[in-house]
Design a protein around this ligand. Structure first.
Ligand code: FES
Length: 153
């Protein structure tokens, strides 16, 4: 959207003045100073990916996770039961253990050695086990399905 810094409307009273002032502030603090465009707040949506968590009892939770966050953070933010995340995402507790659905294994990437080591402490580790704090949410992971173990530890 082109920058609306310049107001082309004719003066129509207070409402117009407020509208103009708002746009001027938005332009001053917004992105148009850099690239000549201004996106109204209503059009500025955070990019989200849908993540589905399936509890060991079969209960399904689907949430919108913000890109750049982790699968663990999405679970904690949305109070998904079964993800404890005691260390807050530092890869030091293994209480965010999940099973990545086989069709998503490639997109979630490979485990780093630190994650492999921590998984030794997790309960019922399988080939598709991951620590959800080590899986970054991206557009690519929109639709990701993870199963939760019966317990953490
Ligand atoms: Fe502790 Fe993931 S939150 S290892």
């Amino acid at each position: 959207m082109p920058c609306r810094r310049t107001c082309h409307k004719k003066w129509t009273g207070l409402r117009h003045l407020i509208g103009f002032t708002g746009r001027a502030f938005a332009c001053y603090f917004g992105c148009c100073k850099k690239n000549g465009t201004y996106t109204p707040a209503s059009d500025r949506k955070k990019i989200m990916a849908k993540i589905t968590y399936i509890e060991s009892n079969g209960t399904v939770h689907t949430i919108d996770a913000e890109n750049g966050s982790t699968v663990m953070e999405g679970a904690v933010k949305n109070s998904i039961p079964g993800i404890d995340a005691d260390c807050g995402g530092a890869c030091a507790c293994a209480t965010c253990h999940v099973y990545v659905a086989p069709e998503w294994l490639e997109k979630t990437g490979a485990k780093e050695s630190m994650e492999e080591d921590m998984l030794d402490f997790a309960f019922d580790v399988r080939d598709n086990s991951r620590l959800s704090c080590q899986i970054k949410v991206t557009d690519e992971l929109d639709g990701l399905v993870v199963n939760l173990p019966e317990k953490q530890f």
